[in-house]
Design a protein around this ligand. Structure first.
Ligand code: ZN
Length: 370
């Protein structure tokens, strides 16, 4: 597939206003991708679970649940900065629009790879999963397909690692747990606070203790567990009353030194601050792969060959759909395209990086022809 054919697909994809909350548009986008595979060696299976739309492309001669290699990506985007972001345009080799680099550009490379394998009559045991709720955690897309529908590839490759420059293969990602802390005390007049029990003080002390214990140093780009206080509130509005209730929410992103499973992280927090109630709101599995796994070594050497330099295996702070395969010990990595401003205005992707990713994946997958 040449650049202009890929660019045409990317423009079409960006025009769909597929914000996660707009599943009607997600469905239209998913249907459009399905039409691209008419008359090819691939079949298309569509899913709708709890209102979230997703799609699996698979070689018709095999079971869609068990591809050897599964490419995966998401078609949903975070809310647009303004509606003009859904009108893609090109400038100096960059394509601008909401989702350009996160990750409709990557998705275009994945689609292009499969279409090119088909055009060259290469039969390979490769599927493609496209989901519609990655930006809110992926429970009803990737989570549903893997946990409930039994999707079990031997190896998963997500095209969802946007970078500002360079090429890398992401094999580690932090785990996460968002917890709600609830403190209860006893109301009293602030002139005689010793008659009450201040819930805000209790909450404040618990948060400080968690930060002190869990966050080893000031958060930075280094590989450390971070604690972000994101919500704090009380029902008390009067300046002269001791509050009897307070609630806070913290977002913890942990490395393997703190925990290897969000349940462990949650348990540790509960033991750390027994004076408040600790409820887990969201749990995110960390992405942990063995760098010596044969699939990972194989794709690293294939990519290094294509790009003419040693492609590094790296860690990323953020989470993605790639983690949904971890529960089943399926090696799962991320590669991506180059661009900037994801989740903000002026988001763009480099068209050349889409072509390069497609070429690198094609060269890698060709070796897995059946
Ligand atoms: Zn993404």
């Amino acid at each position: 597939m040449n650049k202009s054919a890929l660019q045409k697909i990317l423009f079409q994809l960006i025009k769909f206003k597929s914000e996660t909350r707009n599943q009607a548009e997600v469905k239209r986008a998913v249907d459009y991708v399905g039409t691209l595979f008419r008359g090819t060696q691939y079949g298309v299976k569509k899913f709708a679970h709890k209102g979230v739309h997703s799609l699996i492309i698979f070689p018709t001669r095999s079971d869609w649940r068990y591809p050897k290699i599964l490419l995966n990506g998401h078609i949903d985007v975070v809310p647009a900065h303004d509606m003009a972001q859904f009108k893609p345009y090109e400038k100096n080799g960059r394509i601008y629009g909401r989702g350009a680099v996160d990750m409709k550009g990557g998705l275009t490379a994945l689609i292009g790879t499969l279409l090119e394998l088909d055009a060259q009559k290469i039969k390979s045991d490769v599927g493609l999963m496209i989901t519609g709720d990655e930006e809110v955690g992926g429970a009803h897309g990737a989570g549903f397909l893997v946990d409930d529908m039994g999707l079990r590839p031997q190896f998963a490759i997500a095209g969802d690692a946007p970078r500002r420059s360079g090429v890398a293969i992401t094999i580690h990602g932090k785990g996460g747990v968002w917890v709600e802390l609830t403190a209860r005390g006893k109301s009293a007049h602030a002139a005689r606070p010793w008659l009450g029990e201040n819930a805000l003080d209790k909450l404040h002390d618990a948060i400080a203790k968690i930060k002190r214990t869990v966050e080893k140093r000031v958060p930075s780009d280094s590989w450390e567990t971070t604690v972000t206080l994101s919500v704090i509130e009380t029902d008390n509005q009067a300046p002269n009353i001791v509050p009897s209730y307070a609630r806070g929410v913290i977002d913890i992103r942990f490395t393997e030194t703190f925990a290897v499973h969000p349940d462990d992280a949650h348990r540790k927090l509960k033991a750390m601050v027994p004076e408040v109630q600790v409820t887990a709101l969201t749990k995110v599995m960390p992405l942990i792969n063995d760098s010596k796994n044969s699939f990972i070594r194989d794709i690293q050497s294939s990519f290094s060959h294509t790009f003419g330099e040693k492609i590094p295996l790296v860690r990323e702070h953020g989470a993605s759909d790639a983690r949904h395969f971890m529960t089943y010990k399926i090696p799962s990595i991320l590669v991506g395209t180059i661009g900037d401003n994801w989740h903000t205005k002026d988001e763009w992707v480099s068209m050349d990086s889409i072509m390069l990713l497609k070429d690198a994946l094609f060269a890698y997958l060709k070796k897995h022809a059946t």
